[in-house]
Design a binder for this molecule. Structure first.
Ligand code: CMP
Length: 140
């Protein structure tokens, strides 16, 4: 297994409910290191650019509106197999299908308001990390 980096976003439903620390505790317990982190409030256009791969989906407008509705915490997680590991810790996109003990099982409200985003592969992670962070901000 290789040491990887992955982009994580703690979404508005979670920042609204003051869950940043509880979610970070799950990452750290799983051996993921938070090597960069900042709280920002995205505009609708910034959320739209980040999620542009989903632009043709029926939920795209709702997704951008939600992601720009309140602050998010963007972060870079580092560790062995970090992309797959983070997806394991997050649980399935739909909280109704998420395994016990995962972030989405414990905290997500719905498939849209699902508390966290995580990159799906190292190649995607590189693009997503560069969207939010400069190299100088990554402190491993
Ligand atoms: P995320 O991992 O951030 O990637 C794309 C997001 O789109 C996903 O999490 C969900 O929050 C959202 N999404 C996926 N399917 C639906 C849906 N059917 N309705 C609303 N939002 C969705």
């Amino acid at each position: 297994m290789a040491i990887e980096r992955t982009l994580s976003i703690i979404k508005p439903d979670a920042t609204n409910r003051n869950l940043t620390g509880a979610i970070n505790a799950k990452f750290e317990a799983a051996g993921l290191r938070i090597i960069a982190q900042k709280r920002i409030h995205l505009t609708d256009a910034q959320a739209g650019k980040f999620y542009e791969v989903h632009a043709a989906r029926p939920f795209y407008g709702e997704l951008c509106e939600f992601m720009s509705s309140a602050p998010v915490v963007v972060q870079v997680l580092e560790g062995e197999d970090a992309n797959a590991k983070n997806r394991e810790v997050m649980g399935a996109t739909n909280p109704a299908e998420a395994a016990e003990g995962t972030i989405r099982k414990e905290f997500a409200l719905s498939i849209g308001e699902n508390s966290v985003h995580g990159s799906d592969a190292p190649e995607t992670a590189a693009v997503e990390i560069a969207y939010f962070f400069s190299g100088l901000e990554l402190v491993g």
